[in-house]
Design a protein around this ligand. Structure first.
Ligand SMILES: C[S@@+](CC[C@H](N)C(=O)[O-])C[C@H]1O[C@@H](n2cnc3c(N)ncnc32)[C@H](O)[C@@H]1O
Length: 240
């Protein structure tokens, strides 16, 4: 995958040199290029200007963004504008982006953008219902969540199949050694070596956790017959 990031602060992306994203770069699975669009600004490197009609703050000018995008070598990229008014990023969005070969992220700053910049983009994405000072932290989060879904990046594809949200449910509780930690024991079923019972327990715990913490996720969830039965049991239990 090739990722091009338009930003006034390329140095903010240092965290992407580490951990799984850094390793993906080392393995040649990922190529990330940073473009400081100040270098493409005409008018004494001015990237921002006052809004027409008055108002507070400065807006990013269209010219530096247009000129920077036009010199990026990409055939059919998804061009993503980071914007709190965009569609909210989530796991299914990350899965969608992981299928792409070329992504371009445009990180805003100041009070926002000249609206004409939006004619360049395919997606406007928000990290959530809050306002950051710039798009860099949002872009980094999205790159991280997307890159780990590229086959070969994590190793086995199964590593993220059970992740929270991938299946539509939250992940079940997990334990590692020791069996007894300060009197807190690992559930017996996980020690039994009985794969089918372990699978069922995990499914039930996933459903239980999702019902307790994120019932909204279950509103459009497609239950299998087995899940529907377990879910009825969980709901009944919660009434008692
Ligand atoms: C201070 S914000 C501008 C907010 C803008 N005045 C508004 O009310 O929508 C500057 C930039 O940070 C980025 N940004 C802020 N919050 C964001 C969020 N929740 N998701 C994605 N990007 C965000 C965007 O690139 C935005 O243009």
């Amino acid at each position: 995958m090739k990722i091009d990031i338009l930003t006034l602060f390329p140095e903010m992306f240092a965290p992407l040199e580490h951990s799984i994203v850094g390793k993906a770069k080392e393995k040649g699975l990922l190529d990330i290029n940073y473009h400081n669009f100040r270098e493409h600004a005409e008018k004494a490197r001015h990237v921002d200007d006052e809004p027409y009609g008055g108002g507070q703050g400065m807006l990013l000018r269209a010219q530096p963004i247009f000129d920077t995008i036009e010199q990026i070598d990409a055939k059919n990229p998804r061009v993503i504008l980071l914007d709190p008014a965009g569609r909210t990023f989530d796991q299914s969005y990350a899965e969608e982006l992981a299928q792409e070969e070329e992504l371009i992220f445009i990180c805003g700053h100041y009070e926002g953008y000249d609206e004409r910049i939006k004619t360049l983009v395919t997606d406007e994405i928000s990290l959530g219902d809050f306002v950051l000072t710039g798009g860099e932290l949002a872009a980094m989060t999205m790159v991280d969540a997307t890159v780990r879904l590229i086959p070969e990046v994590i190793g086995k594809e199964v590593s993220h199949r059970d992740d929270s949200f991938s299946s539509g449910l939250l992940e079940y509780p997990q334990y590692t050694r020791p069996y007894d930690f300060r009197g807190m024991l690992v559930p017996d079923v996980l020690m039994s070596g009985h794969h089918e019972n372990i699978r069922k327990w995990r499914l039930e715990e996933s459903l239980r956790k999702t019902y307790k913490r994120r019932p909204d996720l279950l509103e459009h969830y497609n239950f299998t017959e087995e899940e529907a039965l377990l879910f009825e049991k969980i709901k009944e239990e919660s009434l008692n």
